[in-house]
Every structure is written in structure tokens, then in C-alpha cells.
Write a protein that binds this ligand. Sequence first.
Ligand code: SF4
Ligand code: SF4
Length: 335
Amino acid sequence: MTSPRAKTLGFKAGERNIFFHLLTACNLSCVHCYIDSAQHGTNMVSRDEIAAWLRLFAESEKKSNVIFLGGEPTMHPDLAFGIKTARELGYQSVTVDSNGFLFHDLLDKIAADEVVISFSLDGPAPEVNDPIRGHDVFRVCTENLTKTVSRGFDVSVIFTVSRMNINHLDRMPELLKELGVKRFFIQVIGFRGKSASARDKLQITPDEWLAKIPPAAAQAAEMGIKVIYPKVFLDKDEIFQCAGQVAENYFIFPNGRVYQCPLCEDFPVNSMRIQDNRLLKNEGLTEDRFFTLEIAEGCVMNKLLQPGNIVYDNKGRPRHRISCCLLKQEMTASG
Ligand code: SF4
Ligand code: SF4
């Protein structure tokens, strides 16, 4: 077998990704949860709004992908309706990111070829996963994942790396193989590290990321699993691109806020909003004002919000440029 190689997945023109948060409620309360109901509301998008909002972003000349999220999206009673509506509108792919509880008998209401289900697992065993995600969550999630695979659905797993689980990441590929998972998404908890918040206990350093993540990805790829993880640090010869300028990503929240940059989601700087089922541009100091700023450190929002992951040399120059957080690497056995 060829040695695994990483390739950067560049932003694709003519493709749009819709990250559709149907609700902010969830049955769990994970240690690293970023849901912010003060910013994104506590309401659920209604059935009519699901259809209307999906229509807003479906363009026949563009390839559109929708990812349903929450909170826990399977707690929404109309999720199956949303999946089917997205298919009817011509979305090229439909994904549900779930914590694994699969409420409302979701699998009985949709066909295996209509959706990909992504399960969040933050450890290879209950002793690692459950202190992060909650009591008995590992069992429920892996049982439902196994059931989903046995019904012929395409599944993937999302692992959020933090200090609580980074040393157990190398045991994930074995588990994924056993479960029949072919795609593995590794994501990173924010590198913020200056505040006295609980997140300080979770954050990993840039050096830890570079030391642990690519080898773990290679190990999974050697077992035939496709691994996707954030680029984070640009190589010297790579150009910096802000997805807000060169790609189409829309992060939609139940209160109608629409962001283009996920790092901006904790602030009322959304560049668009949905009002009365129409997509409107916001005025004032909105996220898109930052997208055009060019700095030596790469991503402007990272420099503002997560300066802890920028390392400078003794002349004050950044040692690495930070990529757009939406830029991913893919590692497969064949490269
Ligand atoms: S499952 Fe997701 S939304 Fe729910 S608490 Fe965990 S991280 Fe937050
Ligand atoms: S993360 Fe940075 S580079 Fe990416 S969209 Fe936001 S501001 Fe632009």
C-alpha cells in the first residue's frame, strides 16, 4: 500500500456549503460545547422555515451541500422532512451531524441514500469519551452507529481534539475500523488560551497539534479510512485565502443570523440575516469588513480571537501563517 499523504482541499468555486442549525437545544452538555443561545436564540426553526430557508440557498447552477446541525438536530421533529426537502431541491449532499442519540426514529423515516450521518465521538472508550460528552454516551452513540451502518447508511465520525483526549486519538482508527466507519473528521477545540475560563483545561498547543494529529491521521489512513482535519498552519509556499472572500459558506442559526465565518459566530457581526424568509444583507461593522484585511499572520479573525496559536520569531515575525479555519487537509492511503 502507498504511504498515506496529506493534500489540502482547496476552496471550490461554484460550490456552496450550508451549515443549517435547526435548533440550539440539546440533550447533552459536553464540556467543550460552543452553542451560545444568547447569540443564536432558543427557538426551533419551524417546518415551513426549514423549507423556505433551504430554498433561499438552493441554486440550480451551483453544487450545494447542506449539513444539519444543532444543538442536536435529531431532536427536531421535522428533520426527516428537511432531509427530503433538501433532496427535492437538488442539494448534492445532505449530512446530519448528530451526538448519536438519533431521536424521533430518524432511521425509520429516511432512506440510506438520502443522507450521510456523522456521529460525534470524543474517545475510543467510555473512560475517555464520557467525561467529555456525558454518562453512558459512548454506549448509546456506538450502538446507534452500528445500527446505522447495518441499515446501509454512509456514516462518518467527528472527533474534537482537546487536552482531555489527545493522548487517546491513536486508538480511534482501530475502533472506527471495527465499527465500519470509512471517514474520520478530526477537529480542534479553539486554541484560545489566555483567559481563565474552563477552556484553558481543554486547549492544546500548536506544537501538540503538529506532533500528534498528522501521525494519527496517517495511521487511520493506513487502515483505509479517509481522514479530514483542519490545515491550521500554512506552509511557506502556500497562499493564504479567506473563505469569506473566495468560497460560499453560510452558517445559519435559528434566530435568522447568517454568518460566513465560523469564528465570528459568538458575536453579533453576521453579514446577513433571514427575515420573513428573505435573505438580507446587514449594514455596519459586520464580519465581511475583516475578510479583506491582509496581515502577516494570515487569518485576521484568528489573530483577534485566538492569538495564542501564533508564534513569533525574535524579530517579531510570525513563524507560521494561520490558514482559514475552513481549509482542510485530507489524508488517504493513496494520497
Ligand atoms: S452534542 Fe453538540 S450541541 Fe450537544 S452539548 Fe454536545 S457539543 Fe453541544
Ligand atoms: S476563519 Fe479567517 S480566513 Fe476563514 S472566513 Fe473567517 S476570517 Fe476568513
